[in-house]
Design a protein around this ligand. Sequence first.
Ligand code: HEM
Length: 538
Amino acid sequence: PHSQRPDHDDKDRQLDGFRAAPESDALTTDQGVRVDDTDNALRAGARGPTLLEDFHNREKLTHFDHERIPERVVHARGAGAYGHFEPYESLAEYTCADFLQEPGRRTPVFVRFSTVQGPRGSADTVRDVRGFATKFYTREGNYDLVGNNFPVFFIQDAIKFPDFVHAVKMEPHNEMPTGASAHDTFWDFCSLQPESTHMLMWLMSDRAIPRSFRMMQGFGVHTFRFVNAAGRGTFVKFHWKPLLGVNSLVWDEAQIAAGRDPDFNRRDLWEAIEAGNYPEYELGVQLVAEEDEDAFEFDLLDATKIIPEEQVPVQPIGRMVLDRNPQNFFAETEQVAFHTANVVPGIDFTNDPLLQGRNFSYLDTQLIRLGGPNFSQLPVNRPIADVNTNHRDGYGQQVIQQGNSYFPNSLSGGCPAHAGAGEASGVFRHYQQPVAGEKVRVRSESFKDHYSQATLFWNSMSDWEKAHIVEAFRFELGKVGSDEVRERMVANLANVHGDLSGAVAAGLGLPAPQAAATIHSFSSPALSQENLGGDGGI
Ligand code: HEM
């Protein structure tokens, strides 16, 4: 099947240097000493005690005892693949990111798809968000687009993330349930947290049970920033669209698949790639000029909101093909480390408070998950760009550093210097956004509308899609023990749409809750630069 694979890309060639290629297949110890017998420990007499002197036995058991590392605190279960990305046209007008300058120029990628809630050994086809994380190995360093298959999120501020995850994960006393999100703590949290409502609509829709990783969308979720060579910023939202279209299971199929083949999505991805049916996704962007930051009825910095495509169309900018399965699950899929702060010149952040927290959290968690500060030297994480830092030492250090590691430095030629003020191209310079304000613990007023887009989502559904959403709410809330939580949740849904809350309440045997007082509607803002939202390509 590999005969159809395109030529080695840069990452593939780099990995060649890491692949174990023994000159002979004779068994050795870690020190390269050939072993005579790996089936019988050294003992004093055929029925006597095992001897401590047997270094092969000790090394074999010790290494085995240390095989496990902590699973990810979220997104523990995943499947990965290598491939490449190529832009359709130059995006130089908006970003100086090197990998987006030349039509057709290939950049190697590694993608990891995941579920969020369950542990490493949980089933694939549970009702959950799916992670869609892409590492672009660009010539100017690694760029990670760490997204999900939904365009919005449960919370607006990263400080809520530990609360949210504690509510969604297994309960502390009995570590149940795994799989579906039907339990009291999750629904208790969401019913008290109206900002989750829009995300709940997606979670109860068929999007939460994708038929295949090859058939789901991906979203960067946050508003990011493109920065061009002149230093001009443009807000950007990222969208992946699968060539095979978006397809979902229905709930009964998802449950049967979880029982019959808990690896349903993982196997599908693996087998498709082995068979040469390479998954393909188109990358699209929604672009908003800096001066239009306040032109919307919602806040661009609020990760519980989409930019409706009627207001700003998605423009296709390139395609990604996944054409190579990893050789070793642990080395590649488990040890890959994505981080929203892994950006390259031309791509920058916004003040989205969820994104700002993520920019701290990923590196922090990986320091413990991957055992110290040198995990970027692991083969799957290693950039294809030159790496030349003044860091030193630490667990797992693989590099024999030459010279000193401080700056400024007149003694050692080996010490890396910074680029200097004159050197503009290829250097990461933070976008120069003016900021001012008092130190306050408040949420912006512009983040306060939690229902309009949930209503928009509901109204955009066909009848059968609405029926599936109602059934999902009934199923999930039907598992909740507390009447108070169920009633509060259904009352919350009344703010989305009376049809929804009424149907869910009827299914749960609850009285119809009060209809929503106000349903907001969206009107199109006057965008200052038509070409940003126009229907032509870039
Ligand atoms: C892992 C997406 C919010 C913390 C992940 C992964 C994805 C993802 C795709 C899996 C990465 C992989 O495959 O290795 C998102 C999205 C978010 C979001 C789209 C919201 C828009 C947050 C927030 C935090 C957070 C707010 C914390 C402040 C983490 C952590 C991991 C993780 C700690 C485990 C990383 C690792 O061990 O490698 N997230 N996440 N995430 N996320 Fe998020």
